[in-house]
Design a protein around this ligand. Structure first.
Ligand SMILES: CC(=O)[C@@H](O)[C@H](O)COP(=O)(O)O
Ligand SMILES: NCC(=O)COP(=O)(O)O
Length: 252
């Protein structure tokens, strides 16, 4: 039987629009409440070091005002670790950050940064925060995440979503399918996210060992045309359609 597939709605880019004028509208916390009413199982927010969208006050308010799990995306820095330990969100997802990047470019290099990650992963876990590592769909990165003791990985779906050539897209999807199977085999809970849209979500949602998708930019952009409730409801339907079409008990 394939497992329930959760949707985490990333509200970063509600804050992008708000910050464009430096005011308080549109309010990311209001968007989070609407997303939950529309069917989101959780809220994801990325507190970047440069605060280009989500700011500290947004995290304060999300922790105080929403009643669904908050997945705090953060760089593995001392500053962000202190903020996470103070708030104790349901989950923290460690993501790589470069100030010059437009958006997250690649997965966290768990293998290469293993020693630097021991402390943040250990301290977040000891505080009861579910740690997730945002990684490329590479077995070596999965094995390193397992060794580090992170219970969850989130597979970076950006290369699959950005692929223009059908053969390249198929190859990137195959990487994700293999990585999701490997995660299951070594006892890691498997999530996925980045760049997912109505057009790309189906094959990823059909992977039975993936239990959560984090989706943001596309949903917020689509909400400009159809409203957030409708964009989320349509994404949920696409996820459920793909998941229900997956043969029960099928391998990844
Ligand atoms: C890790 C990831 O893919 C996103 O959740 C991340 O938040 C992208 O960064 P921006 O939201 O700043 O584009
Ligand atoms: N970790 C992925 C996420 O939270 C949302 O990514 P995107 O849909 O905004 O690209």
């Amino acid at each position: 039987m394939s497992r329930q597939l959760r949707l985490g709605v990333n509200i970063d880019h509600v804050a992008t629009v708000r910050n464009a004028r430096g005011g308080a509208h549109p309010d990311p916390v209001r968007a989070a409440r609407l997303a939950i009413e529309a069917g989101a199982d959780g809220i994801t927010a990325h507190l970047r070091e440069d605060r280009r969208h989500i700011v500290d006050r947004d995290i304060d308010r999300l922790m105080a005002e929403i009643d669904r799990p908050l997945n705090l995306e953060m760089a593995a820095t001392g500053e962000m670790l202190g903020i996470a330990l103070r708030h104790k969100p349901h989950a923290a997802c460690l993501v790589p950050e470069k100030r010059t990047e437009v958006t997250t470019e690649g997965g966290l290099d768990v293998l290469g940064q293993y020693d630097q990650l021991v402390r943040p992963v250990g301290e977040l876990s000891a505080a009861g925060i579910r740690v997730s590592l945002f990684i490329d769909p590479e077995p070596a990165q999965l094995d390193a995440a397992r060794r580090l003791g992170a219970p969850v990985v989130e597979l970076h779906t950006g290369a699959y979503c950005d692929a223009v050539d059908p053969a390249e897209r198929d190859a990137e999807l195959a990487r994700i399918v293999r990585a999701a199977a490997h995660a299951e085999a070594i006892g890691l809970e498997c999530h996925a996210g980045h760049g997912l849209s109505y057009d790309t979500v189906g094959p990823v949602a059909a992977i039975p060992t993936i239990v959560e998708l984090n989706i943001g930019h596309f949903l917020i952009g689509e909400a400009i045309f159809v409203g957030l409730t409708n964009s989320i409801a349509r994404m949920r339907k696409a996820m459920e359609r793909a998941r229900s079409a997956t043969p029960a008990g099928s391998g990844a």
